[in-house]
Design a protein around this ligand. Structure first.
Ligand code: PEP
Ligand code: MN
Length: 363
């Protein structure tokens, strides 16, 4: 429906009635709060193959009739039929056109490391970070994260240093409530983006849970051992549950063919996901590469693969940093040093500018 069509408009009721007059067709209403405008979408479910588009196109208040071609109907673009939708959260605009670096700790370990990291981000003018409190580890004997106990002081420190969004993984639906309660208790000094890790990419109950709340945006990590189509369908659980504030993040695929990197870097899929879906697309170079090796040119592999994602139009870079990686309790070997962050940010800016130029040349 056109952007100004109200939920109780007679035209909308007529569209629904017409849709439901076809045999076996039921409808669902979805309201999408975009960054610049909000629209109501009417989904036709059932045997839609025999439903013609023309009678719907005649309605004055219908903006567009789109025949859905993929099963991920809410997040899909459907052969270019739908435009991308971004979102605004806690003062930050995220869409297929914007660009943000989320640099931070893989796992929160202590107050000093969090404070030093946030202070460095502030100096660099970065207001988006990552800080894991609930860590899904390969071994039960490894550090599992500080959990809910660290949330109040992490949020307070984030607010103190002007951080607007903290990307934070949740591994159980209880964590959503814990995060919301800690935000409330601390007076909402910052915002949180709920991260679904690659290991939970097909944890459908968790996906429904993060989708059923619409306050916090969701960072969905591609499943590391499933097809892109399967990941997109999994991500659809979030959107179909009601939450459209989603970033789809590439983070490499698990296959020995990518050795010696931790995962096979899949950032060639940035434009693919932007074409197939309406979602902003992120890249995580740290979990893709997994190590601090450098090329003969002196640039870390992490810099190189970040550049590959950014030059392809990525909207977000999620990167691990740590003040003392040798002391990190999780993923120290892949963390950039805080001293390396200014060079990283500069490198990324060069590449983003190159992407903008490439894009402009295409008109
Ligand atoms: C992470 O970002 O901390 C993480 C565990 O990533 P992934 O789920 O992509 O492995
Ligand atoms: Mn990690």
């Amino acid at each position: 429906m056109k952007a100004d069509v109200a939920a109780d408009s007679p035209d909308l009721r007529r569209v629904i009635a017409l849709a439901e007059s076809y045999p076996g067709i039921s409808t669902q209403l979805h309201r999408i709060q975009g960054a610049t405008r909000s629209v109501t979408e009417v989904y036709l479910l059932g045997p839609t193959g025999v439903v013609p588009s023309a009678p719907f196109e005649e309605f004055e208040s219908v903006e567009k009739v789109v025949r859905v071609t993929q099963s991920f109907r809410a997040i899909g673009r459907h052969d270019g039929g739908l435009e991308a939708v971004g979102f605004q959260y806690n003062g930050v605009h995220i869409s297929q056109d914007t660009f943000h670096v989320f640099a931070g700790l893989c796992a929160v370990d202590n107050r000093e490391h969090v404070e030093t990291t946030f202070a460095t981000l502030k100096e660099l003018g970065i207001a988006t970070t990552r800080a894991g409190a609930y860590k899904p580890r390969s071994s039960p004997y490894d550090f599992q994260g500080l959990g809910a106990a660290c949330l109040p002081w992490v949020f307070e420190l984030a607010g103190k240093h002007g951080i607007r969004i903290v990307a934070m993984e949740v591994t159980h639906e209880d964590h959503i409530g814990e995060i919301l309660r800690a935000l409330e208790a601390t007076g909402r000094p910052t915002g949180v983006m709920l991260q679904i890790g690659t290991r939970n990419a097909q944890n459908f109950e968790l996906l429904k849970a993060v989708g059923q709340q619409t306050e916090l945006p969701v960072l969905f990590k591609r499943g590391m051992g499933i097809t892109l189509e399967e990941s997109l369908n999994a991500c659809e659980y979030v959107a179909s549950s009601g939450n459209r504030k989603i970033v789809f993040c590439l983070r490499g695929m698990k296959t020995n063919l990518g050795d010696p990197h931790r995962n096979f870097v899949d950032f060639a899929h940035v434009p693919v996901v932007k074409r197939l879906t309406r979602l902003p697309v992120g890249v995580d170079p740290s979990h893709s590469v997994g190590r601090r090796t450098a090329g003969p040119d002196g640039l870390l592999d992490i810099f190189h693969v970040t550049a590959q994602g950014v030059i392809a139009g990525a909207n977000m870079v999620l990167v691990d940093v740590h003040p003392r990686p040798e002391r990190a309790l999780c993923d120290g070997p892949q963390a950039l040093l805080l001293e390396e962050l200014p060079a990283f940010v500069e490198d990324v800016a060069i590449v983003r500018q190159a992407y903008e130029q490439r894009r402009q040349r295409r008109g």
